[in-house]
Design a protein around this ligand. Structure first.
Ligand SMILES: [Zn+2]
Length: 155
């Protein structure tokens, strides 16, 4: 058996391509990332994952479709210019999970919060190993990495 043959067997049947869906079989998300010059389009959760992980990620995304809905609702509020409503809605939604609520920085920079939710969904679906931490102002993360770097240099 040749290597090429095995690779072909691993590949999945494509989803309904004309719909604009992600190439990974069964993924309902829109294909927005292409790594081969526009031949195959993937959602950002599948785009960088190995094909053998695609079915698990698809199942994880289906299991957490409520979170895709939440992200969509927050984006819709932002699109309507309702930033404060988006923050209040998020805080109420995650009332029992304070670490998932927008922090002070994310309440001002709601797009950063939406990006964290996107990464958190990626983590929950099995496409991202580490759970993302709440977003901090860039100057803070810059300071802490600078402090860490200084310490590493001293040691
Ligand atoms: Zn996908």
């Amino acid at each position: 058996m040749s290597y090429v043959k095995r690779k072909t067997e691993v590949a999945e049947a494509p989803s309904d391509f004309s719909s604009g869906n992600c190439y990974a079989s069964g993924c309902a998300l829109r294909g927005s990332v292409s790594l081969d010059g526009g031949g195959r389009w993937f959602c950002s959760h599948h785009a960088w994952a190995e094909p053998k992980h695609w079915p698990g990620i698809t199942a994880g995304l289906r299991e957490h479709d409520w979170m895709s809905g939440l992200i969509g609702d927050i984006r819709k509020l932002l699109g309507e210019g309702k930033r404060r409503e988006a923050v209040e809605f998020s805080r109420e939604f995650w009332a029992e999970y304070p670490d998932m609520q927008p922090n002070d920085h994310e309440a001002v920079h709601v797009e950063a919060y939406v990006y964290r939710l996107h990464l958190d969904l990626q983590h929950r679906a099995g496409a991202l190993e580490k759970k993302p931490a709440p977003m901090r102002p860039q100057r803070e993360s810059w300071k802490s990495s600078r402090a860490q770097l200084s310490q590493e240099i001293v040691q």
